[in-house]
Design a protein. Structure first.
Length: 382
């Protein structure tokens, strides 16, 4: 619209064209984006309360359908509610139910159930039953109904910019591009990281001075805590944080090993006796992690990335989990906006691997925006 108006203004030598291009169009964009954001917030709130959801019929193997039901319940803002299930034999692990959802029939009967009960989405998950011929017949049988058919690929964890659908010789092919760990986009990310860290350090400098003084007054010891962590390609570096525990907390960890509440290789305690009074507040709102901006500024960390592991954690990694070390660790990441310490170990690893392989500047922007809400809520921070 701006280009059309500009060209029209030049052609007609209009004197009012600048007002439209530099005032009216930006104002319309701001109002539109704000209204859309407010409506999205309202819609997500409604969906979390169980309203404005699309009824879904999931059809596939019990294992893949179980996973889809779990994800739909965990992310209600996406608008899916699995109301019924079809399996190859019409039975679930619990007889007539699967993960609390009724099993209404066999995979061969999916179209009939959709037409009778009015489901809005048919989610087809992997199962040996689904041959190309059967999937095509299911699509034909759903014609004329209000349901859309969604087919989950076998590569369940690949998404975003790496996934493309191409038609080659009339055959629809799912093309998966290789993840990028070097190149121009990574260079841009490095520049954005350093510039962002410098700006944030300037903004938070007064707060960091006050926090440092509070840490010193609250308990004996220095204001900062230094710890060795493992970064990109397995290289170790020193991470900086505000001290939230008493002096000698590392040596006292062995005595608390039997009380560990962390998942997998992590050591966590909801009520850790080593945490100071000021430290508990800093941890709740992730203020203790602000000094890590110096790590970002020096290049050992990124603003967004996988969680930086301890050397003993990294030593226990298998080949799959070591893929987390292909990129720089981050001050925040998918783990930060998805529950932090409340996440099961397997879920935390899955999120980190997803970030490593599906990374994009747009995803970084979304994570940074959602981090603010996660920090204010304090969920999973202890």
């Amino acid at each position: 619209a701006a280009v059309v108006l500009a060209l029209g203004g030049i052609a007609l030598t209009s004197r009012n064209i600048k007002l439209w291009i530099f005032v009216a169009i930006p104002a319309i964009a701001i109002v539109t984006m704000t209204a859309r954001y407010v409506l999205r917030l309202w819609l997500h709130k409604q969906r979390k309360e169980g309203r404005c959801l699309r009824p879904v019929l999931a059809a596939g193997s019990p294992e893949t359908v179980h996973d889809m039901i779990t994800r739909a319940r965990k992310f209600p803002h996406l608008g899916w509610r699995v109301d019924a299930v079809c399996t190859v034999d019409g039975l679930g692990p619990d007889g007539d139910q699967l993960n609390g959802v009724p099993v209404v029939g066999r995979l061969a009967d999916v179209a009939g159930h959709v037409r009778r009960d009015g489901y809005r989405v048919v989610a087809v998950t992997p199962d040996p039953h689904w041959t190309p011929d059967r999937l095509q017949k299911l699509a034909w049988n759903l014609e004329g109904s209000e349901a859309e058919m969604v087919v989950a690929p076998v590569l369940m964890e690949v998404a975003g910019p790496r996934l493309h659908v191409d038609a080659v010789l009339g055959i629809p092919l799912l093309r998966v591009s290789m993840p990028t760990f070097t190149g121009g986009r990574r260079a841009v990310k490095g520049v954005v990281d350093r510039m962002g860290a410098a700006i944030l350090l300037l903004l938070f400098a007064p707060l960091m001075v006050v926090v440092g003084l509070l840490v010193l007054v609250d308990s004996r010891g220095g204001a900062f805590y230094r710890q060795r962590r493992v970064g990109k390609d397995g290289r170790e570096f020193t991470i900086f944080k505000f001290r939230t525990m008493v002096v000698g907390a590392d040596r006292a960890r062995a005595a608390l090993a039997d009380r560990n509440e962390g998942a997998g290789l992590l050591f966590k305690l909801r009520r850790d006796p080593r945490v100071t009074r000021v430290g508990a507040v800093l941890r709740r709102y992730s203020i203790d992690e602000l000094p890590q901006l110096f790590n970002v500024l020096t290049g050992s960390m990124s603003l967004v990335g996988p969680r930086p592991p301890l050397p003993e954690e990294s030593a226990a990694y298998g080949p799959d989990i070591r893929r987390r070390l292909l990129v720089k660790p981050g001050l925040t990441g998918l783990w930060q906006i998805s529950g932090r310490s409340d996440l099961p170990w397997e879920e935390a690893v899955r999120l980190d691997l997803r970030y490593v392989e599906d990374w994009s500047l747009a995803l970084d922007t979304v994570i940074l925006w959602k981090t603010l809400r996660a920090v204010l809520q304090g969920q999973g921070a202890y």
